[in-house]
Structures are given as C-alpha cells and as structure tokens.
Design a protein around this ligand. Structure first.
Ligand code: GBH
Length: 480
C-alpha cells in the first residue's frame, strides 16, 4: 500500500459566517452591523433580501450540528457576530452576556458532538454604530483599540475551549468591495452613481492597513495573555485565486500574473511575513499606500501562527499598457475567463467570477508556501455554486454532481500539494455547510452542500456533496 497523502489527524469540515446564516438580527440584544444597514439600501442586494432570517441558525444550532455529524465533519469554522457580543461595538460599550453565551453554548455543543470549533472573529459584519461613530475601518486610532477589546472579550469567554482562531476573513473584500467598488457594506466608492461618499483611489489602502494593524494587535493580545494557558493558534484568512497568463508567450502577461497575486494576496501576506508591502504595489500606488511605523511593523510582522487560505477559482491575466488608473486595485491588468486561444479556464457556475480550475489550487499553495517559507496552512474555504441550481426541482438539485466533481478535483489538488510538493497543509473547510445569504447576490446563488428551503421553514436537505466530501477524505487519509 502506498502511503496515504493525508495524515489521520488532518482536520476537515465545513465553514459558514454569522451574517450569512444566523438571522435573529435583533434578538437577545443584538444591534445592527453594517450589513443590516447596507441591505436596507434599495438596489444593493440582487433579490432585495437580507440576512434577517437567512438559515435561522440562531434558532437551529442543534440542526446545524446534527448536519455536521451526518457529514462526519471533524471541524466547523463559523464566525461571531460582533454586534451580538458588544452591540454597539466599542471598548467602552457594554458586553451583551446573552449574545456571548450563544457562542459559548455553540462551542460546548460542538465539543459534545466531537467537532473541533474554528472561530473567525470578523467576517465583514462590523457593528454599525462604529461606522457611524467614527468611520469604522477608516479610523485607525479607534478601530484598532475597539477590535482588540472585542477580541479580548471573546478570548476571555471561550479561549480555553477554542484552539483555532482567525482574526479576519478576507480583508481584501472588506477593503476593495467595501471601499473601492462599493459592492459590499459599507458601500463606499468614487462612483457617485452608487454612493455619495468614498474615494476608491485611497480608502481601500487605508482600510487594508488598519485591518492589518488591528489583526496584529489582536494576535499580540492572544499571545501575551491567552496562548500559554489556552494553547491555541491564531492566524488570518486571505482570499486569492490562481492566475494563468492570457498569452503564455508574452513575458508581460507572465509578469502580470505575479503582480496580480501580489495585489490580491501579498498586500496582506507580505506585511505579515516580511513586514512590508510588495514593491509592485508601492511602485504603482506610491504614497496612497500607507507606510508602516516601526511599532506597526513590530505588531504585524510574524503575526501568523498559520496561514488561513480561502480559494475558489482561477483567471487568465492580460497586462495593460500605460499607467494604471488611480482606482485600479488589480495591478494594472485584466482578469479574463478565456485565454488568447479562446479556451475557458473552467466551466461556468452561477457566480460570474468563479470557474473551477483545480490544478490552480495546488499551484497557488506551492507559490505561497515558497514565498512565505513553508508556513502551516489551513484551507478555511473552498467550494462552488452551480449554474441554474436555484431553478431546479428539489430532487434534481440534491444530485449536485458538479459540486461533487469540484470537491474531488480540489481536494485531490490539496492532497498533491501536501504529498508531492511538501506544502504543510493541515486542514480544509468546505464552503459551505449549507446554502446561505450570498451577500450582494442574495439567496439566488447557493454554495451549500445542504439545500436550505427558504420558503419551507428553512428546512435543511443534504445534497449528494454533503456525503461526497467525507468519502473523498476517507480515500485520502491514513486510517486510524
Ligand atoms: C467567500 O469569498 C466569502 O468568504 C464567503 O462569505 C462567500 O459566501 C463565498 O466566498 C462565496 O462567494 O464581485 O466580481 O468583484 C470568496 C472570495 C472574493 C469571491 C471577491 C468573489 C468578488 C468578485 N471572493 N470576489 S466581484
């Protein structure tokens, strides 16, 4: 028997996020987050919906845990709603014991079910009051202190029970989608047809910087005051797609590929591993990209116990000639679904940005592992939507062979990255445990391995892929 590519303690499971599943926006003292506010603005969400009910997980936690068990998951990654725990958000605002207890109970129930909790402190849902009070993520002085305080409240309440902490989910999205394109809350953009406020040429870089400092502050708090007694690990989750040149014979396209990854991932990764922004970004953005002070570098550099990786797809990259637009956040290039020969990178899905290309997962993990000196990786999200899934009758919808195939390809690529390329990847969370509120796409786009019947009391129906993932891992992992 050849050696199995994955060890027996490989941690696999499923991921969700608070605003996408919980509902109960004003129960037990929770106050608005910026997403509650954003959803009320006409035109921002495709189906004019919101997370008001979502999967109703706040009332159906036991059903979610039963689902995890049915899927044989070893771990569950979920995020906390900051405004449930500190409704107004700030360091001088009261803590809401009921909101906090909801999560403590969830952690206890997961342990009782033999499932390892992995907690994301922040998956985009900033308390709305902080945005109103001082400009939220734009205000370094205030935000960093409030975020650290929030993190400490959480570590104190459940630090002894949680071994895996993630400071942020995808700071790229908070910065670019929240402050450049305005597609996500709080919706700032220079495009005055979409928003009365915002400066796409500057705000995203300020927000990214502030998120990095706050990440560093929370990690320092954990390491100084909790790590020793609680024995957990803490890191950040970065999103990033793989890239292939539009024209492999054009050195400018090949070079643009690395630049794309630098703008999308190393923007956050380089400060964390090297204490500086990538040269390509400094060159294009000049002093619109903030400078780190010595104290900030000390906080941020070395602030990852592991690299949390969210990965979905790949693009072809075509360089642009001439100077970059001030609003450009890509590295002065085009992201395309087809290459020069007209070949698509992968099949279409319901998400315009997502076409599966499994080998890109292996390549990106190796690329990042090489750049950052072989860090420990936990894949914290990977998954797909299906074109037209929402329009299928239930019995057909539950046979999601396309999604099963996606997971076979991607998990196989992960196994190869570990066993053949020496990448130190130790866990994998599929996105998502169940269909949920897909942000600006509303409920039309489904990412779950479980169907959620939004018109039928949020009843859960596992799809074929819910079982397939466990079978895939069974085939790849060492036996107990
Ligand atoms: C994840 O991000 C999120 O963490 C999760 O909450 C979400 O449900 C899941 O994706 C599925 O979407 O709007 O065309 O400018 C994945 C990374 C980065 C993918 C931003 C979509 C937007 C491209 N995302 N990207 S576009």
């Amino acid at each position: 028997m050849p050696e199995a590519p994955l060890p027996k303690d490989f941690l696999w499971g499923f991921a969700t996020a608070s605003y996408q599943i919980e509902g109960a926006p004003h129960e037990d003292g929770r106050e608005d987050s910026i997403w509650d506010v954003f959803c009320r603005i006409p035109g921002k969400i495709a189906d004019a919906s919101s997370g008001d009910v979502a999967c109703d997980s706040y009332h159906r936690t036991h059903e979610d845990i039963a689902l995890l068990r049915e899927c044989r998951a070893k771990a569950y990654r979920f995020s906390l709603s900051w405004s449930r725990i500190i409704p107004l958000g700030g360091r001088n605002d009261p803590v809401n014991e009921k909101g906090l207890q909801y999560y403590v109970q969830l952690v206890d129930d997961l342990h009782a079910a033999g499932i390892e909790p992995m907690i994301t402190l922040f998956h985009w849902d900033l308390p709305a009051e902080l945005d109103k009070r001082y400009g939220g993520l734009l205000n370094k002085e205030e935000f960093v202190k409030d975020y650290e305080n929030y993190a400490r409240v959480v570590f104190k309440a459940m630090g002894s029970k949680v071994k895996y902490w993630i400071t942020y989910n995808e700071p790229w999205c908070s910065s670019i989608l929240g402050y450049s394109t305005g597609l996500f809350a709080p919706g700032h953009t220079s495009d005055r047809t979409k928003s009365a406020i915002g400066d796409s040429s500057r705000e995203p870089w300020i927000v990214g910087h502030n998120l990095l400092i706050a990440h560093g502050a929370a990690v320092k708090a954990y390491r100084d005051d909790f790590r020793e007694k609680d024995g957990g690990q803490i890191g950040i989750t970065l999103n990033g797609d793989w890239v292939e040149p539009w024209d492999a014979d054009d050195p400018a396209d090949v070079e643009a590929c690395d630049r794309k990854i630098e703008f999308a991932i190393c923007w956050f990764g380089d400060p964390i591993y090297f204490g500086k922004y990538p040269d390509s970004m400094r060159k294009q953005l000049g002093d619109r990209l903030p400078q780190f002070t010595e104290e900030e570098i000390a906080l941020v550099k070395g602030s990852n116990d592991f690299y949390g990786m969210n990965h979905y797809c790949a693009n072809y990259i075509k360089h642009k000639d001439g100077p970059a637009e001030p609003e450009d956040f890509t590295g002065n290039l085009e992201m395309l679904m087809e290459n020069k020969a007209g070949e698509s990178i992968g099949p279409e899905t319901q998400s315009v940005w997502l076409r599966p290309y499994p080998i890109g997962f292996r390549k990106l993990m190796k690329w990042l592992s090489d750049r950052y000196g072989g860090p420990v990786f936990y894949v914290t999200e990977n998954g797909t939507s299906l074109k037209g899934e929402n329009d299928l009758p239930l019995d057909e919808l539950l046979q999601d062979d396309f999604r099963c195939e996606y997971f076979r390809g991607y998990i196989g690529a992960l196994a190869a990255a570990r066993s053949k390329d020496g990448v130190d990847v130790r866990g994998y969370m599929a996105w998502s445990l169940m269909d949920n509120f897909e942000w600006a796409e509303g409920y039309e786009t489904r990412f779950g391995v479980t169907y959620v019947d939004y018109n039928g009391g949020q009843k859960r129906h596992p799809k074929k892929s819910a079982k397939a993932i466990g079978d895939i891992f069974d085939g790849l992992m060492e036996k107990e």
